[in-house]
Design a protein around this ligand. Structure first.
Ligand SMILES: [Zn+2]
Length: 199
């Protein structure tokens, strides 16, 4: 017997989530059918609400439900020290540490000639503007420990070489080829504390 169209559709949708293969997607689709109607309504509402309310902070690019994110809006944070991230979700690795009190700037990815991600597709221009506007004194480059992340870090160092700021890069010890959000807090804490000067 052919699978019901609605199940096939649901399975296809779930397959678009990271790490969800055909089998898991199918299990999720059947699990949804077993859920109480009220739970399903709640789930649909949460998805819609998240999509409606969450947007990128116009200053740093972190996700927020407010006009500006709570970090940019916090006067007690050190706005002169800025961690550069490839992706917005990487912020949690640093915030969990509780030892970094500066601000962030999300580039929106890493440079990659294979994927066609050129400098104009990432938020470099916005960063330069911020360095001038917010009197940033130190930039800590925390792009992913991958070839693309390295390329991005080198590009950034070159781009900012004439600016009167300190540029550091997270110390190694982070597994090369990995992603920041998979590294544990101890590793990230050490990488941050032992950051090396590149300018
Ligand atoms: Zn922000």
């Amino acid at each position: 017997m052919k699978e019901l169209d609605s199940i096939t559709k649901l399975t296809e949708s779930f397959k678009s989530f990271p790490s969800i293969g055909e089998k898991s997607a199918e299990r999720m689709a059947y699990a949804l059918l077993d859920m109480d109607d009220s739970k399903v309504t709640e789930l649909v509402k949460s998805i819609q609400e998240a999509k409606e309310k969450i947007h990128s902070c116009p200053i740093c690019g972190l996700l927020t439900e407010d006009k500006v994110c709570t970090i940019c809006d916090d006067e007690n944070r050190d706005h002169s020290t800025c961690i550069i991230l490839s992706n917005e979700k990487d912020v949690y690795s640093f915030e969990k540490l509780g030892t970094f009190h500066g601000v962030y700037h999300v580039l929106g990815g890493d440079l990659s000639s294979v994927k066609g991600i050129t400098p104009d597709k990432l938020k470099f221009k916005e960063l330069i503007q911020r360095i001038d506007d917010e009197k940033i004194k130190e930039i800590i480059i925390a792009t992913n420990p991958t070839i693309e992340g390295e390329t991005t870090a080198l590009y950034l160092a070159k781009l900012l070489k004439d600016k009167d700021i300190k540029i550091t890069r997270l110390a190694y010890g982070l597994p090369m080829g990995g992603a920041l959000d998979y590294a544990d807090e101890l590793t990230i804490g050490k990488a941050l504390a032992g950051r090396t000067n590149i300018k």
